[in-house]
Design a protein around this ligand. Structure first.
Ligand SMILES: C[S@@+](CC[C@H](N)C(=O)[O-])C[C@H]1O[C@@H](n2cnc3c(N)ncnc32)[C@H](O)[C@@H]1O
Length: 238
């Protein structure tokens, strides 16, 4: 029986943190002192590394399992919905935002785009996103497409709302991130609203959108519900 599952973000980062945590805990037990020639290294300090990495891994898992649902509500509550909007979720993954948006629509439509990088989210496949869409009962209002944020297939001024969570930092060079911001500006209608959430480059995105003539406002991260802490950038196309 299939169950709704929005995946665990950055699984390789969590795996590495767990490995460092185990080394940090077990190292001092099995090798309390390492001798390299005349140099003696006491590795009890590794314990702190183990504790820190373990806490970060747990916090990241808690974000993926519980925090991201709260974070989705925070993002979607920032929009004045009338139910008829055309919505785009950039880097939808397993459909977290696009499904949340669709639940606020009546006659509108929500489109989620992604290129489904497996290293960014567990079981990141279009079929799994479509399963979530069906399980959440929003099939009639959602479309999921394979489309790249840096070169979208949509016409100018298509969307009333563009939302995106933890996607743009996965575009590794700043020129391409700039293209993605310019694509978001292009497909947003005049009078449209965008909410971009990410844990880094948020000032860079703000400058990119400002250069495209959009009004921008950064809201602080919630350290309680998100880890890494996710800042929110609100953009308005005037
Ligand atoms: C960490 S996941 C977040 C997924 C979802 N937004 C969420 O909050 O659960 C990042 C997503 O961005 C997608 N992504 C990365 N680069 C992209 C690009 N250039 N165009 C579209 N999607 C991209 C990845 O495939 C992945 O699904």
């Amino acid at each position: 029986m299939k169950k709704i599952d929005y995946g665990i973000d950055a699984p390789h980062v969590i795996r590495n943190l767990i490995i460092f945590s185990v080394i940090g805990f077990l190292g001092p037990i099995f090798f309390p002192i390492i001798k390299i020639g005349p140099v003696i290294i006491a590795i009890s300090g590794f314990l702190w590394m183990g504790i820190a990495c373990g806490l970060m891994a747990v916090w990241m898992i808690l974000y993926s399992v519980y925090g991201k649902l709260k974070h989705r509500d925070r993002i979607l509550n920032m929009i004045d919905w009338n139910g008829s909007e055309m919505v785009l979720d950039v880097g939808t993954g397993r459909g977290l935002l696009v499904i949340g948006a669709a639940k606020r629509l009546t006659t509108g439509k929500a489109i989620g785009i992604d290129i489904w990088n497996m290293e960014d989210l567990t079981k990141n496949k279009m079929e799994n996103t479509l399963d979530n869409v069906v399980l959440e009962g929003v099939k009639e209002k959602v479309e999921i497409k394979n489309d790249n944020a840096i070169q979208m297939s949509f016409a100018n001024n298509t969307f009333d709302i563009v939302i995106s969570n933890l996607c743009l930092h996965n575009i590794y060079n700043s020129e391409d991130r700039k293209k993605a911001c310019s694509e978001i500006s292009r497909v947003l209608k005049n009078g449209g609203v965008g909410i971009i959430s990410d844990f880094k480059h948020i000032n860079e995105y703000r400058n990119n959108f400002a250069q495209s003539g959009l009004k921008t406002k950064i809201l602080p991260a919630s350290y309680f519900t998100t880890f890494p802490p996710l800042a929110i950038l609100k953009i308005n196309k005037l």
